[in-house]
Design a protein around this ligand. Sequence first.
Ligand SMILES: Nc1nc2c(c(=O)[nH]1)N(C=O)[C@@H](CNc1ccc(C(=O)N[C@@H](CCC(=O)O)C(=O)O)cc1)CN2
Ligand SMILES: Nc1nc2c(ncn2[C@@H]2O[C@H](COP(=O)(O)OP(=O)(O)OP(=O)(O)O)[C@@H](O)[C@H]2O)c(=O)[nH]1
Ligand SMILES: [Mg+2]
Length: 437
Amino acid sequence: MSLPSLNDTIAAIATPPGKGAIGVVRLSGPQALEVAARLWRGADPRTLPGGRFSYGRVVDPETGEVLDEGLLLVFRAPRSYTGQDAVEFQVHGSPAVLRRVLEACLQAGARPANPGEYTLRAYLNGRMDLAQAEAVLALIEAESDAARRQALRGLSRALSTKIEALAQRLLDLLAHIQALLDYPEEGVEPHEAERVIAQVLAEIERLLATTAAGRVAAHGARITLVGAPNAGKSSLLNALLGYDRAIVTDIPGTTRDYLEAPLEIGGVPVIAVDTAGVRETEDAVERAGVERALELAREADLILFLADRTQPKPTPPELPWERTLKVATKADLPALWEDPEYLSVSSKTGAGLEALRRAIRTRLLGGLSEGEVWIANERHAEALREARAHLLEARHAPEDLMGLSLQAAVEALNRILGKDVPEEVVDRVFRNFCVGK
Ligand SMILES: Nc1nc2c(c(=O)[nH]1)N(C=O)[C@@H](CNc1ccc(C(=O)N[C@@H](CCC(=O)O)C(=O)O)cc1)CN2
Ligand SMILES: Nc1nc2c(ncn2[C@@H]2O[C@H](COP(=O)(O)OP(=O)(O)OP(=O)(O)O)[C@@H](O)[C@H]2O)c(=O)[nH]1
Ligand SMILES: [Mg+2]
C-alpha cells in the first residue's frame, strides 16, 4: 500500500449523484489550470487570478462540442482546499452534463480522483491535520445538529489545539527531566513531574469520559420504552413522534412485536423502540414479545420505564437503572401515587413532554456543555487510552525510564493529529470518504 502521487492532476464530480440546480466538477494538481484551459471557452484560467469566476462554456476538448454553459472558478496554490492549483466547473446539476464534463477533464489530461483524495491532498500538503480531515468526513456524514456542531468544532482545530497543548506539556517535562539527568547538581524537583503527569492524565480522563456522549451525538442513540401492558408506551411513542405510528387500544397486550421509529430529541438523532408490555403470561407469542422487550432494553443506550399513575404502583422488572429514566404516565388523570423520581407526562395533553425531552437529552449527552471538546472517533479514543497507559507507567518509573514512557505518551497523542502515523492508518481514514471529497 502506498499513498498516491501528489503530482497528478485529479478530477471528480464533487456534488452528489442525481439531479440538482448546480453541479460541480473539480480539478486539483500542478496541471489544473492547463487542463481546464483545454475545455473552457471563456476567460483563460491560466491568466485568471485566484478566487475569480469566469462565465463561459465547457467544451469537448477533442471535438469542440459545447457540453454546457457555466462558471469556472480558479484557485491558485497554496490558496485552495488542497493547497494546489485547483479549478471548479460549476455547471447545471444534471448527471448527463456532469458525466461529460468529467470525461472532458480526463481527455484533457486529468485522472479520476480516488475517494477522499482531495482531502488527502489537503492533509499531505499540511493544510489540515488528520483529526481535521476526520472532522470533514464527520461533517459530511452529520445527520443531526449535534453531530454537525461537533464536527465543525473538530474542523476548527478545537480538539487538535487541545491535543497539541497536552503533548507540549509532556515535551517540556521531558526536556526538564533531561536537563536534570545531565546536570544533577542543579537540584531535583520530583514533585514537578508528578504534578504535570497528574494534570495531563486528568485532562485525558476528562476527554475519554466524553466518548459515550460523543458517539451518541454523532451517531445517535437507541431509546427503548418498557413497562406493564397499558402503561402508555405506544401512546408516548406516538406523542414524541407527533403522529400515530403505533397502534393504541385500551386492551392490555396490544403491542406484541417491537417497533422502531427514528426521531430527533434535542438535536440528538434517536431510534425510539416501542415494546410489548411486560407481564407474566401463558400466551407463547406474547411471552416471546416480553422476552424481546427485556432484551431490547438491555441493548438500549437509554431506557424509559413507564408506570401508569392511575394504577397501583408496579414492581419494576430488573433493569439497568443507571441507564433508565422513570416516567409516570397519564398525568391528565387522577393519580393513585406520586414519586419524585418519576417524570409525569400526559401523551393525551402533551404535559411534561418537553421536560421529558430535556431529561432524555441530558441523560444521553451527560453533563457535556456546548463549547466542550467531545471524542466521537474510536481512533482518537484508542490513542488517548494508550497515552493514558504510558502516563500511568511514567508516574511510577525512575527518572531515566520515565522519559521513555513520556515519549511514548507524546507519540500516542501526536497520532491523533496524524504525526508519524503509518500509511495504513491514513489509508483507513480516507477509505471512508466519497469520491470528490
Ligand atoms: N465551491 C466550493 N464550496 C465549498 C468547498 C469547495 O471546495 N468548493 N469546500 C471544500 O471542502 C468547503 C469549503 N472549504 C474550503 C476551504 C478552503 C478553501 C480555500 O481556498 N482556502 C484558501 C483561500 C482562502 C481565502 O481566499 O481567504 C486558503 O486557505 O488559503 C476553499 C474551500 C465547502 N464549500
Ligand atoms: N388519559 C390518558 N390516557 C392514556 C394516556 N396514555 C395512554 N392512554 C390510554 O391508555 C391505554 C393504553 O395505551 P397504550 O399506549 O396502548 O399502552 P401500551 O403501554 O402501549 O400497552 P401495550 O401495548 O398493551 O403494552 C389506551 O387506552 C390509551 O388511550 C394518557 O396520557 N392519558
Ligand atoms: Mg403498546
